[in-house]
Design a protein around this ligand. Structure first.
Ligand code: EPZ
Length: 420
């Protein structure tokens, strides 16, 4: 296994280009299961997770090729409806093949995804929505068996105790495109990645309205055809580069950055003292004034994204004053706290809250990545820290950040890879 080594405490400057959104690409790749016709998806980042989805599609009988950011999917020899534990357990998002398989083949056997370090990751809302469409669902030996002689449109409420669910909305919306009649999803997820999936489905011939709002309406059609689509920019990667500029008191221009997808983060960072200026598709991120502490609570979109919680915590560890960070989506999503404290941070975990007392400088140290966004937070901390930081288990980072060390080196970071 590799580790990433960072010589910190130098200001990042220059230009970086954001890749396509991992969390849009994954469900959109799964949506190609809804048609036998060829699909072309552009702007797909080359990541562990997108590679896993290619393997899953091939295991389900698709010809799936990836070349320089473009994924070409066509019907293979025979289509299958069985998504194996070996693949699904390596990436939870693979559970979003369930909806399209059910929609197209009217049956599916998909491994339950299992949990991960950020939480239990239940799928009750996925199953509730698919049952509402008429699917018979049983769970045995860790697999979901779903079948539906025919799917019928229905109205349903998909909100859970933590609010809306991104992938449950995706699964149900995909299945509903081929159900008979109208489906209305209340308390649907509004994330830009869900809206991007809907745009792809519409290009395939689906009839969808209200995507990006809490109420999505789908009028079922008989079949869907192939389509071509360009993935939206990755808003979480964009947010990570904005924070990299602020935490090193740098000056970074971020290309292919859609700031309108980051309203809550921009609002908080401007309150903290950031200066974000936009010219066409490029955002320039600098400090306007000395950083001030801010309080953050994560919420479903358009609220502050849980996928940026660890990253903004890094910034607050070196911001004089007290900030309170509350995690309302995944209350256990604090694996990064212990690692940041190893670098000298003063963070107190109190249930779903982390109370951060800002210090002058973090100190470089050997730390361990635990999940994708925690690893991004440790990279940010390493960039700011005095001394050398070695981040082990960086396969977590490779799941969601394309060419990250090359991009950081392009901004003047002293970062390299070593064997563990
Ligand atoms: C998506 O996961 C993202 N992954 C996650 O990003 C992101 O953190 C999450 O949405 C929230 O924004 C992808 O898009 C591939 P949810 P998802 O269902 O859809 C609870 C990353 O770093 N819930 O919106 O699995 C759940 O436990 C990843 O890129 C139920 O209770 O998340 C959580 O508390 C990490 N029942 C809340 O809802 C369900 O059936 C939101 O989860 C489903 C979810």
């Amino acid at each position: 296994m590799d580790k990433l080594v960072i010589e910190g405490n130098n200001r990042l400057k220059g230009e970086v280009v954001v890749s396509g959104a991992k969390n849009a690409a994954l469900p959109i790749m799964a949506a190609t299961l809804l048609t036998d016709q060829p699909c072309v998806i552009k702007g797909v980042p080359s990541l562990r997770d997108t590679n896993t989805m290619l393997k899953i599609l091939r295991s389900l009988g698709k010809d799936a090729e990836f070349d320089k950011g473009t994924v070409r999917i066509a019907r293979g020899k025979d289509t299958g409806s069985f998504a194996d534990y070996k693949l699904v357990s390596t990436m939870r998002a693979s559970f979003c093949v369930l909806g399209p398989l059910l929609g197209k083949l009217k049956k599916a056997k998909v491994s339950l995804p299992g949990g991960c370090v950020i939480g239990v990751r239940p799928v009750d809302l996925h199953l509730k929505g698919l049952k509402a469409l008429g699917a018979e669902i049983s769970i045995e030996a860790g697999y979901v068996n779903a079948s539906a002689p025919k799917l019928k449109g229905n109205s349903m409420y998909l909100g859970g105790v933590y609010g809306s669910s991104v992938l449950a909305t995706d699964n149900v919306m995909m299945a509903a495109t081929l159900a008979r009649g109208k489906t209305i999803i209340e308390s649907a997820a509004c994330e830009p990645e869900v809206a991007d999936l809907a745009e792809f489905l519409i290009k395939m011939g689906a009839k969808i309205k209200g995507h990006g709002t809490p109420t999505i309406e789908i009028e079922g059609v008989k079949e869907l055809h192939g389509a071509e689509h360009q993935i939206i920019p990755d808003r979480i990667e964009s947010g990570t580069w904005i924070l990299a500029s602020l935490i090193t008191n740098g000056d970074i221009r971020i290309k292919n950055c859609c700031l309108s997808h980051l309203g809550a983060l921009v609002d908080k960072l401007q309150e903290a003292g950031a200066l974000l200026t936009k010219t066409d598709g490029t955002v320039r991120a600098r400090l306007r004034t000395k950083l001030k502490p801010v309080n953050v609570s994560t919420l479903p979109y358009p609220g502050f994204p849980t996928d940026m919680q660890a990253q903004i915590m890094s910034l607050m560890t070196v911001t004089p004053g007290i900030s309170v960070i509350t995690e309302k989506i995944y209350p256990d999503r604090f694996m990064h706290v212990a690692e940041l404290n190893r670098m000298g941070a003063h963070i107190l975990r109190e249930g779903p809250h982390a109370i951060v007392e800002g210090i002058k400088n973090l100190s470089g140290a050997p730390v361990m990545a635990s999940d994708l966004r925690a690893s991004a937070c440790l990279v940010l901390a390493g960039l700011a820290a005095k001394g050398t930081t070695a981040i082990s288990r960086i396969y977590h980072l490779e799941r969601g950040y394309e060419n990250i060390e090359q991009k950081m080196q392009g901004l003047g970071a002293k970062v390299w890879r070593e064997k563990e």
